[in-house]
Design a protein around this ligand. Sequence first.
Ligand code: NAG
Ligand code: NAG
Ligand code: NAG
Ligand code: NAG
Ligand code: NAG
Ligand code: NAG
Length: 920
Amino acid sequence: MLCVHGSLVGWILLAIFVPTHQYQRPNSKSNSDNGLKSVCLGNVMRLTLDKELAVGSQLELEAINGSDIIQLSSTLAAQCGYSMESDPWGNTKIFASLSGCFVSNQADSTFHLGLRLRMYGDNLPQPVEYEVKKMCNYSPWASREVLCDRNYMEVSTLMVPTVTHVRTQKGHRFQPESSSNAIPDSVGAPNSIWKMAFHTPEMKVMVLEDFLKSGYGAMTTQKRLVLRSPYNMAETYSEEVAGVPMEVFSVSTYYKEISGLTVMDSVAACPTGGVLFTDDVITWHIPRRISPLISGPVKILDTFMGIDGQRLDKAKMSARHYRMSITSTHIVVEIPVGSPDGYYKSHAPDEEYHVTFTIEPMLEFVWKAENTQSDTRYKVLFPITTPMMLRSLHVIDYTIPEQKVFDVLLGPFLQDVELMNFNFSIGVLTVAECNARGFDVKEHRFANGSKTFSLRVPFSDEVVQTHNPDPLITTYYLPMVFGLLILPEQTPFQHLAEVEASLEDVVIPTITGSCDQKNFYVSVKYGSGGANFQTMMLNAGSWRELDSDLATLYSLSENDTHFSLTVPHLSPDTTFEVIHSNSILARVDLLLLQVPNMWKLNDFSLACFFPLTTTECFSNGTMTALAVKVESVHNLDPEHLTLRDQSCKPAFSSDRFAWFSFNLNSCGTTRTFFDNVMVYENEITMHQSTRKHGSAHPEYRHVVSCYYLLNDTKTMDFRTTPRTNDPIADPGVGHLVVKMTLSKDASYEDFYQAEDYPVVKYLREPLYFEVALMQSSDSQIQLVLENCWATLHEDRTSVPSWDLVVDSCENLDDRYLTVFHPVIADSRVLVPSHVKRFSIKMFTFARDETVVKGEVFVHCEAVLCDITKPHGICSGQCANPQRNVNPRPTSTRRERRNAGFRLQKKHQVSSGLILLSDLI
Ligand SMILES: *[C@@H]1O[C@H](CO)[C@@H](O)[C@H](O)[C@H]1NC(C)=O
Ligand SMILES: *[C@@H]1O[C@H](CO)[C@@H](O)[C@H](O)[C@H]1NC(C)=O
Ligand SMILES: *[C@@H]1O[C@H](CO)[C@@H](O)[C@H](O)[C@H]1NC(C)=O
Ligand SMILES: *[C@@H]1O[C@H](CO)[C@@H](O)[C@H](O)[C@H]1NC(C)=O
Ligand SMILES: *[C@@H]1O[C@H](CO)[C@@H](O)[C@H](O)[C@H]1NC(C)=O
Ligand SMILES: *[C@@H]1O[C@H](CO)[C@@H](O)[C@H](O)[C@H]1NC(C)=O
């Protein structure tokens, strides 16, 4: 059980908060008669002041008694029968007892009341005043009327000339003390009170003057004695009646009657509790038999329930779902929480949202004592406020991730809650600042009196935090604290909310690249994460970060969307795949890693041929040769490379290069003579010290040669072994056109056309041939030149003939100087493996020691191979070299070849007529 009288708002210093925003209390009706309304409700008058009239911060109540104005302090009000209470918005209800001190009473049936309200405030230049005069008629009175108002207990009794000696209920016998029996002369007027005796329950006697001084009220009217006491006085006491705590005020009054001195007993007993709460219903219990007031059997004649002092009829009660029932012990009133006659209020103790509900029911009932036939009217005005009820707030997340906007709703709240600001991760933003920033903050009000707040925040805003649970998904996270305010008292409180959404919206950075004769050009286009990733470069088989030093080294340039690098082909961050006599196949590898998870976002690999002279032969007998560490020989240490004579070490070496410079008479260089050609040959090899002695095959072998012809010096191809990684393929894949063309120079850009034949060439001038598979983009096909030879007649089988390419390898016969050239993709060559290029020198066509002059035709047999099935000749151009030097032009081999077993799979191509001139 809870005592609810505590909900009374202070009396004279009543605080009325001036609302900064206009809040409509739910269901408050607009006032037709100027917001100030007085109504007679039986033995009380009610005055209501609408909040629209409530200005300033302080309200005082004054009683008008004729021309006098009496300021009612809270003590005087309780003593004189006035009560005042305001809700938080300033709606004020004042009750005045018709038996009050300053009421003009005509024959106990017509009553004139005068009240004045004065409102003060710092911002009011002078007090605002309202005066109310009201006449009420009330009769007949019951023999006894007990009124329990919010701040006092009142009992008005018809004065009958009888002396009561017995308080049967307590078994207490009242015997006037002999010393007090003499009536002083001053008490001379009719009905004038002399002294009182309290039953506390012990007896305590006071003369009228002391009684009034102590804060009690007492007066007689034409026929009635009226006594009044505030609650919790020294001479009142508490008693539990049928389980309901009640305050009892019990006095015997000595007063003078025409017939002489009379003593009359008056008792008022008012409930201070008896309320039970659930979330939905307030249940108020009043004892059916209020024992301090009753001495014998009684009969209940009438019961009424009301609100704010006003009785309700049955129809109104059922419309409001109010119930009143009478049990054997109690009168029980049930009121639904949330009834339109009361009001809700928000609270936020410990930052948790609560509400209370306040309503002021009234109970009035009349009973008749069966022995005396005297009736009692009992009336209680009883404001009830529920305990704080926790209201859970819901954060509803309406976010549709694809829209990239958080959409959050918080509520429900009562109308007295206002949204002030948000505390985001970057700081506090007011609602206005949020809206200015492009967030959409809205308040939604509903007819049932609740409201919610909604907020829309774009994912892109700084207040939204992001992280990536995996490389393609972004998770957006918005933590925030709603800053709320309860009006009118401006109590701030907060509510934490956090929402999260994931979207597969990561755009991965992409890498593109190209090459020219010197450099790799790599460009990285940023994805959705901007430049927020780490770039790794492959260096000597392991990844290293592109730091600021490397960025400088590779001339990194960047703008908002890209960065680009220029990586020289011999720089430390390239890998060598293959080396040819005059070119190197180098590769650059990049890897992009997400930060901080280091997920692989993208990788990139670009391999290009770059021209590189690796061997030089000088006429003074010096030869230089460059060896590089290729990827397939990963344990190669260039420092430990030697020539055939293992004491011949590199003149210079680093971790990737070894450069040899040696005299052709030294270092185990061999020399061979062919006609007018001298061939010097040596090998660059690596012999691991740990290897077994007698091991036939070094791990790395790189043949270098110098050809000296007449006064001329030429270099020749070399290869590295082992070449176990090279593919082996089956020949031939179909009916494709293979064409042989003659380029005007080594650039292979400009070709002789059909109308240019016969082409005239000087002796010893190189001829650049290209054999290409036409009209195919199948990169699985590799064209391999199996045999090429030259004849003096258009008939490819004519003799004499000279071998240029034998079993896919250059004919190493010194007179031919056949050289394969690497093919790099360009606008003309889409699939490099479809094209083979080689050059020959024209001094090679000699017979019987005489160089042939005149007409020459060149023929080739090409095989189309499936790259995925490397085998035999299809292992690649000169993949399995069998270095047979064909000593002389011969017809026998040619014929044998023409009877070949794979003829149908070979593509025969021939050049047009080339005229050799010896004018050089
Ligand atoms: C009220 O006014 C009447 C007449 O003017 C006066 O007799 C009476 O004493 C006043 N009452 C009080 C409590 O001042
Ligand atoms: C905002 O939130 C942060 C983190 O919760 C807190 O430290 C800070 O005091 C808050 N600021 C205000 C003004 O409430
Ligand atoms: C009030 O109405 C709104 C909207 O119709 C509803 O969402 C909310 O639950 C209602 N609140 C109560 C307390 O009935
Ligand atoms: C950034 O550089 C890239 C190439 O590196 C270029 O394509 C792009 O247009 C540049 N963007 C701006 C905004 O300059
Ligand atoms: C041979 O000539 C080259 C190029 O001119 C030169 O670098 C080298 O030192 C010379 N060698 C000798 C032994 O003179
Ligand atoms: C070759 O050398 C000889 C003498 O050493 C010289 O007479 C001749 O002109 C040279 N030939 C060429 C093509 O340089």
